[in-house]
Every structure is written in C-alpha cells, then in structure tokens.
Design a protein around this ligand. Structure first.
Ligand SMILES: Cc1cc2nc3c(=O)[nH]c(=O)nc-3n(C[C@H](O)[C@H](O)[C@H](O)COP(=O)(O)OP(=O)(O)OC[C@H]3O[C@@H](n4cnc5c(N)ncnc54)[C@H](O)[C@@H]3O)c2cc1C
Length: 274
C-alpha cells in the first residue's frame, strides 16, 4: 500500500529537530532508518502528518569512549555496531545480539536507537540494553534528560519518550573481559525471536563474580532475570550451578516459560565458556 500523505522535514541539528517536533504537534514522527516505520506507514497502521528525518544528523552516529562507559549514538546503524572495536572490547553482548538482527540490508539502514524507540517486545536489542543497565539520553523542549532502560520500556511499542523528545545517545557501562552470549530461537534464520536470552557473565578464579541476564519476547517488554543473576553470584562456574540458576528464569509451564529456562541455561553456558 501507499502511505498517507505527510510533510517531510530534514533538520540540521538535534535542537532544530526538537523545534520541528513541537511545531508540527503530536502527529509528527521521527524517522531514523525507516526499517520499522516505513512498513507501518505502508500498511497505514500510522499516518503521521509530518516525518522528521534525523538521518542527516552525523552528531548522532558512532560509538565514543566515555571513561567507564560507552556512548552509542542513536543513529549508529546495526552494521556499525557489529564492526565497532569499542563495542567488541567493552560490550561484546551488543555485537553478538546485533549479529542476529534481520539481514545485511536491514542492518545497513536500521539503527540502534530506532530499535530501542520502536520497543517491539520481539526486538533483539531491548533485553541486552536492560540487562547491561543502559541509560537513554534524551533531547526535548527542556533540554537533556537521562532515563535508565529499566524505566524506558513502558509497554508494547511504548517507551518513556514524550512526543516532542528524541533519543540521542545510549550510555552503556563497560563490561570489559566479561563472557557474553545471545541465545535466540527463531522460526527461520534472520527473523524475530520467539524467545531469546542475552547473558553476560564475569568469572574470577572459577567463580561467577557478576551476571546480567535479559529475556526477549516473554512479555510486553524486555525482562531482566534478576533471580537468575542473584542465584549465580558467588557460585562456581559449572554446568550444575548454571542449570540450577537457569530454572529461575520463569516459574510458569507455558511453551515460552520452558523456552526461557532452556535458553537461559544455554546462553549462560556459552557466556561462561566464551
Ligand atoms: C525484514 C525485517 C526484519 C527485521 N528483523 C529484525 C530482527 O530479527 N530483530 C530485530 O530486533 N529487529 C528486526 N527488524 C527491525 C530493525 O531492527 C529496525 O532497524 C528497527 O526496528 C528500527 O530501527 P530504524 O532505525 O529503522 O527505526 P525507524 O523505523 O526509522 O523508527 C522506528 C520507530 O522509532 C522512532 N524513532 C527512531 N529513532 C528515534 C529517535 N532517535 N528518537 C525518537 N524516536 C525514534 C520512530 O519515530 C518510529 O516510531 C527487522 C526489520 C525488517 C524490515
């Protein structure tokens, strides 16, 4: 189908983009890589009166070293995340997750920030953002504000962003030397998760010193498996202690509950090995 008519605007700075959002009102929308928004427009599931294209804002691309953390520009593409050396050195989990997103064409256009703002519960980048304690840096009419991932994902396709706000950067603490793995079950290669588990583990002298575990597509948003994390800390990095902790990934009997436990076990085993 053909999208409904809209005004197309190209700001030259973040502040100008915010001004445009205010001026155009609640029916205006940011467009980043367009990989999720364009299909939505074509199906006429949304009909924004104006699209504000932030694709030309180079200030929003790339990964920067910021001491104890990395700053990932919202417009950094999946392809750039996959190849970035800072991410490989300090946040390997993000690279491994991004490797599983869609196909090369989508990864060249789709953006890290766009995935988080779209907030599809099956989107792969939400669970690692939550598990790694990422913080969203947001520009709006009153300046800049920071929102932790634990408060950013509100519901199905809903975030803490106001209609006149833009995600500009994502701060991710450094996880240098941690083992990481993303265990994703999907029907066919290069597709969305049925369920997936993002795991990062720090092992010291054979003991699990710290663990981060996030679940994809088991609810309205990403879920942090805090019970699993707590059960792992201080335990020997063995198959027995990992399997025992993984049982805490869910308590129900549904297909997805069972998947969450099995995939958590596999993700943690691989993270510890890697
Ligand atoms: C065929 C196909 C397969 C895919 N498979 C997967 C998959 O396996 N796993 C997966 O995780 N994803 C998958 N995706 C989605 C892909 O990862 C998209 O890149 C992503 O969902 C959206 O990023 P985008 O930059 O294209 O955002 P857009 O489509 O441009 O925007 C999406 C939404 O976010 C808002 N938005 C975007 N950026 C900002 C910002 N900086 N500030 C405020 N609001 C913003 C927009 O207004 C819009 O509502 C797939 C997409 C396609 C087309």
């Amino acid at each position: 189908m053909i999208p409904a008519e809209f005004k197309y605007l190209c700001p030259s700075s973040v502040d100008e983009a915010v001004r445009m959002l205010i001026q155009e009102g609640e029916d205006a929308k940011i467009i980043a890589g367009g990989q999720s928004l364009v299909p939505v427009l074509r199906m006429r599931l949304a009909a924004p009166t104006a699209l504000i294209d932030i694709g030309g804002l180079t200030e929003l691309t790339g990964v920067r070293d910021d001491g104890d953390s990395l700053l990932i520009g919202a417009m950094t593409t999946h392809y750039e995340v996959q190849r970035d050396h800072l991410i490989q050195d300090h946040a390997m989990l993000l690279k491994l997750v991004t490797d599983t997103v869609a196909d090369p064409q989508v990864r060249h256009r789709g953006t890290f920030g766009g995935s988080l703002c779209h907030a599809d519960p099956a989107g792969d980048l939400l669970a690692p953002a939550l598990a790694l304690d990422a913080v969203m840096i947001i520009a709006g009419p009153s300046g800049r504000r920071e929102v932790p991932a634990s408060e950013f994902f509100v519901d199905y396709f809903e975030t803490a962003l106001a209609p006149d706000e833009i995600l500009i950067d994502v701060r991710v603490p450094k996880y240098t030397g941690w083992g990481a793995h993303y265990e994703k079950l999907n029907r066919v290669a290069q597709a969305w998760s049925i369920v997936a588990v993002a795991a990062a583990v720090q092992v010291r002298g054979g003991t699990i010193a710290a663990a981060r575990v996030g679940l994809t597509n088991v609810g309205a948003g990403p879920v942090r498996a805090t019970d699993v994390e707590a059960a792992l800390v201080g335990q020997p990095a063995t198959a027995e202690s990992i399997s025992s902790a993984a049982l805490r990934a869910s308590s129900g009997d549904s297909y997805k509950d069972n998947l969450a436990r099995v995939l958590t076990d596999r993700a943690l085993m691989a993270a510890v090995a890697g």
